[in-house]
Design a protein around this ligand. Structure first.
Ligand code: GUN
Length: 298
């Protein structure tokens, strides 16, 4: 294959480290000025291995930039009431800048009720209806970290989005839905013409092949193959799947996109791992710093 036909890799690891460095400088200035530093809390329920890994990475990343991090761990049989009580406690604790409730939650807990109970000013995940509503209206808000991370990558790689056809695969509350809103907003990046595809979409390939920018958050490993991608498209892979494998770890990580095929068709592509994933954590830290500034009028 001719080298010219290979997509440029969007290095999320590198951009995430730049974002973290910028946060670190701001937190260091707070420390120098003898101010309190931001404090991020993560609540985790149960022992889902992927969630444990995410939360551990979030804690490591927070500490690396000087943000205090705490993890509240609960067994999977915690009652909804106990969880709501913890959230109430964190809402009222002035020492806590922001907090997240790692999803998914066990089936006996009503996720909407849990998210609704978070103080929108401490909702650094940007999941609360107030923050989602403000985002949709283009008002200052906490934007959910994964879509915010994708926007940051498009921005830092100077990828033109105005007037482009952006196809979003998936309509989840965490990624697909906010992604589609952000890409269609009157902003830079943004100003795209957006189509959302989901499980009920007919002949998905006929739509994805029209995409100048294809954002894949459909939750199925290697779903997007070369046939579904237009020559020169920008392909963003939000998927993250552990596939059992005969190696030391017992699994490999793969995304929603068949990377080896699509790299030969796209102009830009995010790898998995090392693409959108590291950005999610960096943007969560950015939201935490923003919550700190909002709470301290700084
Ligand atoms: N589960 C998967 N991604 C996320 C995330 O960004 N935030 C939370 N709270 N849970 C998740």
């Amino acid at each position: 294959m001719n080298q010219e036909n290979i997509a440029q890799i969007i290095d999320g690891k590198l951009i995430a480290s730049k974002v973290r460095d910028e946060i670190k400088v701001e937190v260091a200035a707070l420390i120098d000025a003898d101010k309190d530093t931001p404090h991020l809390v993560a609540i985790i329920v149960g022992d889902d291995p992927a969630s444990q890994t995410y939360v551990a990475s979030k804690e490591r990343a927070a500490k690396s930039v000087g943000i205090t991090s705490s993890i509240y761990k609960y067994p999977s049989d915690i009652t909804e009431e106990e969880l709501l009580n913890t959230i109430d406690f964190l809402n009222k604790d002035d020492d806590v800048t922001g907090f997240i409730v790692q999803l998914p939650l066990p089936a006996h807990i009503n996720v909407d009720k849990v998210i609704d109970s978070i103080d929108p000013g401490k909702d650094v995940d940007g999941f609360h209806p107030v923050n989602v509503g403000k985002m949709a209206l283009g008002q200052p808000s906490y934007i959910s970290a994964t879509p915010a991370g994708v926007m940051e990558l498009l921005n830092r790689y100077k990828i033109e989005t105005e007037g482009k056809h952006c196809v979003v695969l998936g309509r989840s509350n965490i990624v697909g839905s906010p992604m589609s809103i952000l890409m269609s907003r009157k902003s830079k990046p943004g100003n795209s013409t957006v189509t959302i595809c989901h499980s009920k979409t007919k002949d998905m390939g006929s739509i994805t092949r029209q995409a100048d920018i294809l954002i894949c958050a459909i939750g199925q490993p290697n779903f997007v193959n070369a046939d579904m991608v237009k020559d020169g498209a920008v392909v963003i892979d939000v998927g993250m799947h552990r596939i059992p494998a005969d190696n030391e770890k017992g699994y490999i990580i793969t995304g929603d996109v068949n990377f080896d095929q699509v790299i030969e068709k796209a102009s830009f592509i995010t790898p998995v791992p090392g693409g959108v994933g590291p950005m999610t954590i960096a943007m969560l830290l950015k939201n935490t710093l923003l919550a700190y500034k909002n709470a301290n009028n700084s």
